[in-house]
Ligand binder design. Structure first.
Ligand SMILES: C[S@@+](CC[C@H](N)C(=O)[O-])C[C@H]1O[C@@H](n2cnc3c(N)ncnc32)[C@H](O)[C@@H]1O
Length: 333
């Protein structure tokens, strides 16, 4: 299964490796003042994190995956109708490919020659997840892209002679602030031609606060393990014990007003983060460090998102209760 390393594009344009960037964000984020400290969400997605995230998606408490599967099971053929013969299908942050396979199966059933590229951050996980689809398709070609979303956007520019469709599932857009999300989608739109499409799955605000709270703190404790793995990965990144993970607990908070889950590490016992070449960073007992957002979008917020991305919503598919959505966007600049 070909895995293309597109991180080199990133290196050649900025001279910085992804891991250098994450290390720099850790240092910057931890030097913020009391209760303003942040850690980069990218820490969540090392090999172990991706496996734990996949386990999370099997928890009934993590309702997002089930709702997305409902939409894809029901409408995969309709969505596939809008993916033309000869298209390049690029999935951002592909993760495990259980849901994607529903769409690829529908494309295969339509006997369309489409090349699917799964883009993600961890090479061994790309190999593992793509291998699970090996031999399943004769019309759909499969490949992996190892790199970031930004690398993917640069890489995509060279393919302006074939129809391109971007797929962004799992409500991953919710991890960005609303402003960042509009700018990010717009950035892809600037690369796409009028016949190209961007398919995006988004969770809504139509769930009870308790449902959201349980989704981000499931009863089997997988989300907690997923979060704590991100903290441990700091030690892996610096190749030293720079942070004492036992001094922290996972502490999610559903901010109903802003329509987002906020994920924090709460400091249980005063500690220092000791990174060589930096002054030790003091973290106080009771202090919170934010590491992830999961924004939810109501109908008006989705419309605002499309307009800030300068995009047009061509079609929208929802669950019966309209509590999860998949939207197909296009651009006419
Ligand atoms: C919320 S998970 C969703 C996974 C999968 N699409 C799903 O729906 O179950 C986010 C995925 O995006 C990837 N990801 C997050 N930030 C990324 C970035 N900046 N560049 C590339 N992939 C990223 C993660 O590794 C992870 O696979």
């Amino acid at each position: 299964m070909p895995i293309i390393d597109i991180r080199s594009i990133y290196h050649s344009t900025t001279g910085a490796a992804l891991e250098d960037g994450i290390r720099a964000s850790i240092v910057t984020g931890l030097t913020h003042s009391y209760n303003e400290k942040v850690l980069p969400g990218l820490l969540l997605y090392n090999e172990e994190g991706l496996r734990l995230f996949e386990q999370m998606t099997y928890q009934p408490d993590y309702y997002l995956t089930g709702l997305e599967i409902d939409i894809l099971s029901k409408y995969a053929t309709e969505i596939a109708n809008d993916i033309p013969e000869g298209a390049l299908l690029l999935e951002l942050g592909a993760g495990a490919l259980r849901k994607t396979a529903l769409l690829l199966d529908a494309i295969e059933a339509q006997k369309k020659k489409v090349t699917y590229f799964a883009l993600d951050l961890d090479k061994p996980e790309l190999v593992r997840t793509l291998n699970e689809l090996r031999g399943r398709y004769t019309h759909v070609g499969l490949a992996g892209l190892w790199g970031t979303y930004d690398d993917g956007c640069i890489w995509l520019k060279q393919f302006n002679d074939c129809p391109r469709v971007i797929l962004w599932l799992g409500s991953s857009v919710g991890n960005m602030t609303r402003k960042e999300a509009g700018q990010f989608i717009r950035g892809f739109g600037e690369v796409l031609s009028p016949q190209d499409r961007f398919i995006i799955a988004i969770d809504t605000r139509s769930h009870s606060p308790e449902t959201v709270r349980t989704a981000y703190n499931d009863r089997a404790g997988i989300t907690r393990r997923f979060a704590m793995n991100a903290l441990s990965s700091i030690n892996d990144l610096f190749n030293a014990k720079v942070i004492d993970v036992s001094c922290f607990a996972y502490s999610p908070y559903y901010n109903e007003v802003n329509g987002r889950n906020e994920a924090y590490f709460r400091c249980l016992k005063q500690t220092q983060v000791c990174i060589s070449s930096e002054e030790p960073i003091l973290i106080h007992e009771g202090e919170y460090i934010r590491f992830a957002y999961s924004h939810k979008y109501d109908r008006i917020e989705r419309q605002l998102l499309w307009s800030s991305a300068n995009a047009r919503a061509e079609r929208e598919w929802t669950t019966e209760k309209e509590n999860y959505t998949v939207t197909m966007l296009s651009w006419t600049w």
